[in-house]
Design a protein around this ligand. Structure first.
Ligand code: ZN
Length: 283
C-alpha cells in the first residue's frame, strides 16, 4: 500500500491550476454590510484577510497554472460507515461521519495539501439557494451554480475538529458544484429522498440507502482550483485548504426543488439572522 501511494504521489498533473487567495470584500457576494458587521462583532476571525468563499477566475491574470501532485483519495468508493444520518444544521444539511473502530474513514492527500499529511473526512454538507443562480458559495468565472457541496476533512495530525481549526493546515475542503439537468441523478437519491424529513432545524433522519463519496463527485478530478481560505460560516477560522473542482455534478430540477423547499422552511423557523442568511447563500 505504501509503495503504491509513493508512486501515485510522484505522478504530476500538468493541468492543475493554483490560484492565489483573493481577499473577500464586504458586499462582494451580495450580502448586506450590516450582516457582515454582525459576524465580525461576534466572531473576530470573520474580519480576517483570508476569508472564504472567493470569486474564482480562470483568466491568467488571476490564476496561476501550477504542476502539482495528483489529489488522491482513499476509501471514496467504499460505502460510508453506517448508520448514516442526515441532519438539518440550520445553515445547511449535513451528513456527519461517525468513526467506526474497524473501518477507516475516507481520506485525501497529495495535490496542494501539505506533503505527507493525510486528511480524514469529518462531514459533508450542501449549500443552495431558493433561486437557481444563487446557490453556490464560490463563484466560478462569474457563474454561481445552483448548489455546492463541501466535503470537509480534518488533518489527522490534529486529534479533533476544534483543535484543527487553530492551524492553517487544519482542514481540507473539497468544493463540488452542481448543475441542473432534466433527468434525475440516481446517485443523489439517498440524500434527496431523506430531505423531506429534515425540514426543520436540528431534525435528523437515518439514510436508508448506502452512500459512497465517489457517487457525489464530478468526472475529472485532475483539474482543480486551490487556495488557502476559511470556513464560510462563523467562527470563520482561516484553517482551510480549499480544493474546488470546475466540473459540476449533475442534479435534476426536481431534486434541486426538494432541497429548496427544505431551505425555505427552515429559514422561516429560525431566529438566527445569519443562519437564515447563509441558507440563502448570500455569502
Ligand atoms: Zn460549506
Amino acid at each position: 500500500m505504501f509503495n503504491v501511494r509513493l508512486t501515485r504521489m510522484a505522478r504530476v498533473i500538468e493541468t492543475l491550476i493554483l490560484i492565489a487567495a483573493i481577499p473577500i470584500v464586504a458586499g462582494h457576494f451580495g450580502y448586506r454590510r450590516r450582516d457582515q458587521y454582525v459576524w465580525q462583532r461576534n466572531f473576530k476571525l470573520c474580519g480576517g484577510k483570508l476569508q472564504s468563499p472567493v470569486s474564482i477566475s480562470s483568466s491568467t491574470s488571476k490564476s496561476i497554472p501550477v504542476p502539482l501532485p495528483a489529489l488522491e483519495t482513499i476509501g471514496y468508493h467504499d460505502f460510508l460507515p453506517t448508520p448514516l444520518y442526515l441532519r438539518n444544521g440550520g445553515h445547511s444539511v449535513l451528513i456527519n461521519i461517525h468513526d467506526h473502530p474497524r473501518r477507516r474513514l475516507p481520506c485525501i492527500f497529495g495535490g496542494s495539501l501539505d506533503p505527507n499529511h493525510e486528511y480524514e473526512m469529518d462531514h459533508l454538507h450542501f449549500h443552495w439557494g431558493a433561486k437557481n443562480d444563487r446557490g453556490s458559495e464560490h463563484v466560478l468565472n462569474g457563474v454561481r451554480y445552483p448548489m455546492e457541496m463541501h466535503i470537509v476533512h480534518r488533518n489527522k495530525v490534529y486529534s479533533n475538529f476544534s483543535s484543527a481549526l487553530d492551524h492553517k493546515n487544519g482542514l481540507a475542503v473539497l468544493g463540488i458544484f452542481f448543475q441542473l439537468q432534466e433527468e434525475d441523478n440516481e446517485l443523489l437519491n439517498p440524500v434527496v429522498k431523506a430531505l423531506k424529513d429534515v425540514q426543520l432545524l436540528n431534525e435528523q433522519v437515518k439514510l436508508n440507502a448506502p452512500l459512497a463519496l465517489a457517487s457525489l463527485l464530478p468526472n475529472g478530478l485532475d483539474v482543480f482550483y486551490t487556495y488557502k481560505g476559511s470556513l464560510t460560516t462563523p467562527p470563520c477560522s482561516e484553517a482551510v485548504t480549499w480544493i474546488i473542482f470546475p466540473s459540476p455534478t449533475p442534479i435534476s430540477f426536481s431534486q434541486k426543488t426538494a432541497k429548496s423547499r427544505t431551505q425555505e422552511s427552515v429559514c422561516t423557523k429560525t431566529e438566527f439572522i445569519f443562519v437564515c442568511r447563509i441558507q440563502r447563500n448570500d455569502r
